[in-house]
Write a protein that binds this ligand. Structure first.
Ligand code: TUI
Length: 316
């Protein structure tokens, strides 16, 4: 059930990919997802090469299943991480926050499957032309750095525009969302926020609790004025940041203000002064489960949901 082209390309059991969340997604989370039949991802974030190499070595001790590394293209170490994934011949690379076009040939030359995150039809088409194996189409419901368009609107447009399989992301955390994504033509999903609330995720308990206690309107967007919008859960820091944006303080000052804030929230658990990146679906997440439970629940709920839809079709 639910074996798609994404499963075939990535050699995984279920078409469920874990988001590349800086600081939160290390080898511990990634092995949990990969061992449960999805694709676990180590997020390179802004970390230097040798730190990520250690995570790759660790995950290989904990699973023989495929895994990936997420390369945040705005990182000062992005080129180093490209070299690293080639040296280590990691099975899969996902990219975010930029166009990975110039690295594509090098990665493909090493037999690495490349799956860029794209927020628009134009970039999706370009990525397909340049050899991407699949693309992650991320709607604005997602946490962290986001595009403009919603998952509902952009996924079917990109499904129509490309032949490679599409993975939907942004606003998905249960079996209904999974089935909805498949209905839009996607052949897999990527989830970030749901996997933060897993037992394997090393994010501070305060961070997980903050997501669990959040309501529908608590995920807001900061940084629109900078051209780099970021979705976070409301807190003291987010309110202060928005106020300073309104006052028109310089991009450089805002950048300085934001430095180190994600680490402060994820690692230190500072829910007042940290940046609590999380998606709009936070309000629906109510528990911490193992990655295996999260994935199995989604597959079971997806099957149940499909039966419900069939019952509607038959008019029973
Ligand atoms: O990248 C993300 N989410 C992120 S990146 C991030 S940055 C960060 N901040 C602090 C510490 C560590 C890391 C936080 N969240 N999602 C994928 C994504 N990619 N969303 C949007 C895009 C994107 C945007 C523009 C992809 C390509 C793109 O291309 C523009 C171009 O150059 O054509």
């Amino acid at each position: 059930m639910f074996y798609t082209k994404v499963c075939e390309i990535l050699n995984i059991k279920y078409p469920i990919i874990q988001g590349g969340m800086a600081w939160a997604a290390n080898s511990e989370l990634a092995q949990g997802v990969s061992n449960a039949g999805g694709l676990g991802i180590i997020a390179a974030g802004n970390a230097p090469k040798e730190i990520i190499r250690e995570e790759i070595i660790k995950i290989r001790k904990k699973t023989d299943k495929p895994f990936g590394v997420n390369i945040m293209l705005m990182s000062p170490f992005a080129e180093d991480i490209i070299d690293l994934v080639c040296e280590e011949e990691v099975p899969v690379v996902t990219t975010g926050a930029g166009n990975p076009g110039k690295y594509m040939e090098k990665l493909k030359g090493k037999g690495i499957k490349v799956i860029p995150v794209v927020p628009t039809v134009a970039l999706a088409k370009r990525m397909e032309r340049q050899g991407a194996d699949s693309i992650i189409v991320e709607g604005t419901e997602a946490g962290g750095h986001i595009g403009e368009l919603t998952t509902m609107a952009i996924v079917p447009q990109i499904v129509e525009a490309v032949k490679i399989p599409v993975i939907a992301a942004g606003g998905i955390a249960n079996g209904r969302g999974f089935l909805a994504a498949l209905s839009l033509g996607a052949e897999g999903i990527q989830m970030g926020t749901r996997f933060v609330c897993s037992t394997e995720c090393i994010a501070h308990e305060n961070y997980k609790e903050k997501i669990i206690n959040s309501k529908d309107r608590d995920a807001i967007v900061t940084g629109r004025s900078t051209g780099y919008p970021v979705r976070v859960l409301k807190n003291k820091f987010a309110r202060e940041y928005l106020e300073l944006e309104k006052q028109g303080i310089s991009f450089k000052k805002l950048e300085e203000l934001g430095a180190g804030r994600l680490r402060l929230a994820v690692i230190e658990g500072d829910m007042e002064n940290g940046s609590i990146m999380a998606g709009q679906i936070s309000g629906m997440i109510k528990d911490i489960k193992t990655c295996e439970e999260i994935i199995n629940d989604i597959i079971n709920e997806g099957e149940m949901c499909l039966k419900e839809l069939n019952a509607i079709k038959r008019g029973v």
